[in-house]
Each structure stands twice: as structure tokens, then as C-alpha cells.
Ligand binder design. Structure first.
Ligand code: PHE
Length: 335
């Protein structure tokens, strides 16, 4: 073989490689197989070295190495160039599998509110809602809390306007009034919603949530109220959770009680108040044009935060509102 003949093949290959222009990622891959692959053209050139006369082996080897390095450099550059293009094409491909992101979670207060609603739905209560900005009549007067009554001081009210008073509702009880004004008994509602009081510490927030319950029909008794609340506590906190009723005072119920549930406080048996309740005061029924000689009923109101704190063992109410994902993430398993 002449000297020129020996060097012809690598020189031709170098030219081919330099002129190669892939149009897409597939052609880049074809290039790799054809030139750089285990059975590719460059491998064959290296294989031919054994047929080269000794004195020319060095020059031949250098040339083939140059071919190889050129092919590798081109391939590396194209790989990057076409990888970007491939991603862009995929971005427009609606059949491409989705990239799984972190799943969202319900807020613990929504979880508890929904649980409470579900439990009462099962025994015939339907959801009724009312406005967060209330007038004096619905938030106080119709609920048997006349102006200058000391009971108004029990609720640290945010006033938006004085005389006539417009307030941020201090409880969900005004929804009772609104519903009774519009509907004839039998009435069986629960009213979840946001309420507002001038109060701010580790167990009180100026904005918090309550769920109100109201049942008005003929011959409703306190025994029914207790049984309904036993059922509720068993469903939310588990079968056999101990409760106690303490006599209490609310202007809109007579008699009135507060219900506590048994829980462990720093390892010691203790009681925690979870709701207020009682038989709807006849004055309240009259204010809504319901005849108290025909109808009786019970009402109760509970704090959603309080129940969530007890159920999940949360000590500071402010954790609910900070939106720290490290806190919120812990509730992803719940529904
Ligand atoms: N509205 C009362 C409160 O916010 C709770 C309550 C509701 C008590 C219904 C009795 C009956 O404190």
C-alpha cells in the first residue's frame, strides 16, 4: 500500500465528520453509532493500525486520534444543543407523563370544620350561613342582649360603626336569628363561619371560627340536646370520650350549660371547655315570630380552633394562621 493510500481513509473520514450536519437528536445518535460506536468507522481505523508499517504507525495513530477527537467534540456539542430542543418539543406534547409535584393539603381548620359538618349532616342538620358584618339586632338585641345589658361586655366587639351599631359578628348565633326570621319550624341547621373578637394570645385569636347548631320543633327537650352532643363528641374524639355539663349563662338560652371534655394536660387528667349550649330562650323565639308556647328548641356553639387544638395536640392557636408549610404539611394524610 502506498503511503498516501494508508492515510486516505482517515482523511476522508475527517472530511465527512466535519461536513456532518444533524437535523435532530436522532441524527446525532446516528452519528454516534456510525463514527464513535463500538463497531463504528473510527474503531475500524484503529483496528487497521496493525497493518501499517512500523515507521508510519505513529503518524497514522496521530491522524486517527485527531479524527476521533473531532468526532467526539462535535457529538458533545450537538448533544447539548439537541437535548434543549427535545425538551422544548416535549413541553408542547400533551400526552407526555406529568411531573409529580408536592400534593396540596387541606388546612387543619378546614379538616375539622368539614368533619363537624359531616357528623351533623348525618343526623339531619343542614348548613346555613350568614354575613360576617352584622347589625346590632342580629348580633345582640334579637339574641336577648339589649343595649346596656352587661352581657355585651362578655364579647369584646369590633365596632365598625356606633349608633346604629354595625359590628364584625362576635359569634355565629346571629345566623340563628336570620334563619328563624325566614323559616318556619321544624328548623335544624348548623352554621360554620368566621367570627371576630378583640382578643389575642396563645389560645385566642381576633379572627377565629365557630360552628353554631340550632334545632327548633315541637317538644324538643334538654335530653335531646345532650344526646346529640354525646354523639358529636364520640364521632370527633372517639367512642367513650368523657364529657361533663356545667351550668352556665347565655342571654339567648335558658337553661344554659357549657360542655367540657376530659383530656390530659401535662400528663394530668383535666377538663377542657369545648362549647356553650342550652334551650333557646322564649324571648329569642318571639323576636323571630316563633310561638314559644308551641315550639321549643336547643342551640349550641363551639370553637373550631379549640376542637382542632385538642384533637391534634396543638398548643398555640397562632400556628393555624402563620401558613408555615412545615406545620401544614403534617395534615396531608387527613381529609
Ligand atoms: N354564641 C355563644 C358564644 O359565642 C355560644 C353559644 C351558642 C351558647 C349557642 C349557647 C348557644 O359564646
Amino acid at each position: 500500500m502506498s503511503q498516501d493510500g494508508l492515510f486516505e481513509a482517515p482523511k476522508a473520514l475527517l472530511l465527512e465528520i466535519e461536513q456532518y450536519e444533524p437535523a435532530n437528536a436522532e441524527e446525532v445518535e446516528q452519528f454516534r453509532i456510525q463514527y464513535l460506536g463500538a463497531k463504528g468507522a473510527i474503531k475500524r481505523l484503529f483496528g487497521a493500525i496493525k497493518d501499517i508499517p512500523n515507521e508510519q504507525k505513529k503518524a497514522y495513530g496521530q491522524l486517527v486520534n485527531q479524527v476521533k477527537q473531532t468526532a467526539e467534540a462535535k457529538w458533545e456539542a450537538w448533544k447539548e444543543q439537541f437535548a434543549g430542543q427535545q425538551q422544548q418539543q416535549q413541553a408542547g406534547d400533551l400526552t407526555r407523563p406529568i411531573v409529580q409535584g408536592a400534593p396540596g393539603a387541606r388546612h387543619p381548620l378546614s379538616i375539622i370544620r368539614n368533619k363537624i359538618i359531616t357528623v351533623f349532616n348525618r343526623i339531619g342538620f343542614t348548613v346555613a350561613e350568614g354575613p360576617e358584618i352584622e347589625d346590632d339586632w342580629h348580633n345582640f338585641t334579637a339574641l336577648n342582649i339589649p343595649a346596656d345589658h352587661p352581657a355585651r361586655d362578655m364579647q369584646d366587639t369590633f365596632f365598625l360603626q356606633r349608633h346604629p351599631d354595625i359590628v364584625l359578628r362576635t359569634h355565629t348565633s346571629p345566623v340563628q336569628i336570620r334563619y328563624m326570621e325566614e323559616h318556619e319550624p321544624p328548623i335544624r341547621i348548623i352554621s360554620p363561619g368566621r367570627v371576630f373578637r378583640v382578643d389575642n394570645d396563645s389560645t385566642h385569636s381576633p379572627v377565629f371560627h365557630q360552628v353554631e347548631g340550632l334545632y327548633i320543633a315541637k317538644g324538643v327537650s334538654f335530653a335531646e340536646l345532650k344526646q346529640t352532643l354525646y354523639y358529636f363528641v364520640n364521632e370527633i374524639f372517639g367512642e367513650g370520650t368523657e364529657v361533663r355539663f356545667r351550668p352556665s349563662y347565655f342571654p339567648f338560652t335558658e337553661p344554659s350549660a357549657e360542655m367540657d371534655i376530659a383530656w390530659k394536660k401535662d400528663g394530668k387528667d383535666s377538663w377542657m371547655e369545648i362549647l356553650g349550649c342550652g334551650m333557646v330562650d322564649p324571648n329569642v323565639l318571639e323576636n323571630c315570630n316563633i310561638d314559644p308556647d308551641i315550639y321549643t328548641g336547643y342551640a349550641f356553639g363551639m370553637g373550631v380552633e379549640r376542637i382542632a387544638m385538642l384533637k391534634y395536640g396543638i398548643r398555640d392557636i397562632r400556628l393555624f394562621y402563620e401558613n408555615d408549610v412545615r406545620f401544614l404539611r403534617q395534615f396531608t394524610a387527613d381529609t
